[in-house]
Every structure is written in C-alpha cells, then in structure tokens.
Design a protein around this ligand. Structure first.
Ligand code: SF4
Ligand code: SF4
Length: 283
C-alpha cells in the first residue's frame, strides 16, 4: 500500500504527519518512508536515519556537433522546454531548461545531437527506528525535480514487494506533487485552517481528482480559526481523517526534530486509527 502525503501549501505539517504515521505503524508492519520533498528533505531527522547507500542522479542534455549540424532548426522546434535556440551559424543550448527527454536527438536529421550527462541530484537510502528511509536531494542551483522523485520511487520498487510506503510530497500542486502522488493508492492532504491553507487545499484536491486518487484530509493546527475546511470536504465528498490541535508543545517538538508520537505517545493509536480509515477507503 502506497500513501502519499501532500499539501498545497508549505509548512502545514506534512512531515509531522508522515513521520508520526510511519513510526506508529512500524511496530506492526514493514514501513518505508520515501522523502520526495527533494528541495528540503528532512524526514530523516525525525527518524534518526543512518544512510548506508547513495546514487547520483543525472539527466542527458544535448551538445551539438557543429561539424554535422546544418542549422535546420528541427531540434528547437521539437523542444517543448525552449532549451535550444538555432541561429544561422550556431545552436545555443540552455542545459538548465532541458528535461532530458531526448526528442532533439531523436528528431535531428543529421545525427548532430550528442548527449552528455548532467548531475541534478542524489538519492540516498538507509534505516532508522526500524523504518527504511529513501531520500532524494536536488543539487543546489538545479530546478529539475521530477527525475529525482522518479529515482526515489524506482529505488523503492526495486527493493520492496510488500509493506507500507509513505511518500512525503513536495509542497505545491505542480509537477513535483504530481510525480509523487501519481500511482499511489491514497493521498492524504495535510492542511491548516487559514485562508491560504483552504485556498491551496482546494487546488490540491483538484490535482488528486484529476489523477483519480482517493483522498482524505488531515487538519493540523486546528483551533486557529476558519471552519471552511469541513465545508470544502463536504462539497468534494472527501473524508476528514484526523485533526491535530494548535498546541505549543507540538510546535516545540517539531522544531526540535522530535516526532509527535515520541513526544506524546498517546497519539500513536490515533495515527493507527487514521491508517485504518485510509486502508478501508482505499480497499
Ligand atoms: S536538428 Fe540537428 S541539424 Fe538541425 S539544427 Fe538541430 S542539431 Fe542542427
Ligand atoms: S532533451 Fe528534450 S528538453 Fe532537452 S533540449 Fe532536447 S528536446 Fe529539449
């Protein structure tokens, strides 16, 4: 069973939820936590993970063989990301815009496109608290997130056939979230009761619906106000799985890198109950 944990907005408590859910279930079943928040992976801090292996992630970017190129312009026309510009006597490449799709190489009529590897990040794996953690990290200055998330997921697929996987998604509702959430069995949307939280929750629900993934909502910092979350859940036919109160004790343990269920073990049963609801809905 694969559960993705996402949120339209950053700072809503995704990591708090993902790590405490993993710790609550790990006594009973095999749990893997896939940290796909590659711009700022921090689940390992909460799980005390010791990394034991790593792999660099590269994407193929084009280099032009000017001897062969006749500047026909085909490569620039097929590139959906504007990573090439063809001038009468040379071809400019913009590696930072390139997504490594290979279309320019395939379509070049003169075999003038050579591919070279560009490092964009790192995938690492290890264990902590009896939980397997796979973490992706984007290289500083790079912007290409999806290939790293794909490798994190691939690493899990290659190593595992059963158990429970929790995928901690990057915030937002663009490609990185889609890449993380797609092909999971259930998506938990963590939100907070603020106007920004509600606004971004509506966007995230739209993405999960478009991907046809069953969804439930977890409200963090309940008590800050705005009751519209109930309304949004009702309107969209989405269950409210769990609420976590706005509590200084919880905030303090989170900033110190302590999982909620370690600071307050009474929460373990609530997280297990939440996992039970998810399994019931996802079938
Ligand atoms: S498609 Fe090939 S030959 Fe045409 S401009 Fe691009 S690299 Fe040159
Ligand atoms: S590999 Fe794809 S994204 Fe990169 S320059 Fe070629 S066509 Fe564009």
């Amino acid at each position: 069973m694969k559960i993705s944990v996402a949120s339209g907005k950053g700072g809503t408590g995704k990591t708090l939820f993902a790590t405490s859910l993993a710790l609550s279930l790990s006594n009973e079943i095999s749990v893997s936590l896939l940290d796909c928040d590659v711009e700022e992976p921090n689940d390992h801090i909460f799980l005390d993970t010791v990394f034991t292996g790593s792999q660099e992630i590269s994407v193929p970017v084009p280099e032009i063989d000017e001897e062969r190129c006749d500047h026909c312009g085909v490569c620039a026309r097929v590139c959906a990301f504007h990573a090439l510009a063809v001038f009468p006597d040379w071809v400019a490449t913009f590696p930072n815009l390139c997504h490594g799709c290979g279309a320019c190489r395939i379509m070049c009529p003169r075999n003038a496109v050579i591919e070279r590897e560009r490092k964009v990040g790192l995938v690492e794996w290890g264990r902590g608290n009896d939980i397997e953690c796979i973490r992706g990290t984007l290289k500083v200055g790079e912007a290409l997130v999806p290939p790293i998330i794909q490798e994190v997921k691939k690493r899990y697929r290659n190593e595992r056939s059963g158990g429970f996987a929790i995928l901690d998604s990057p915030p937002g509702t663009s490609c990185p979230m889609v890449e993380t959430v797609k092909e999971t069995d259930f998506c938990v949307l963590v939100t907070e009761p603020t106007p920004f939280g509600v606004h971004d929750l509506i966007l995230a629900i739209g993405v999960a619906k478009a991907l046809s993934i069953p969804t439930g909502v977890v409200v963090n910092k309940e008590g800050m106000g705005n009751e519209r979350i109930d309304e949004v859940c009702r309107e969209n036919g989405i269950p409210l799985l769990m609420t976590i109160p706005y509590d200084e004790r919880i905030a303090r343990c989170t900033v110190r890198g302590i999982p909620l269920v370690r600071e307050a073990p009474e929460w373990e049963s609530r997280f297990r109950e939440c996992a039970g609801k998810i399994q019931e809905i996802a079938g």
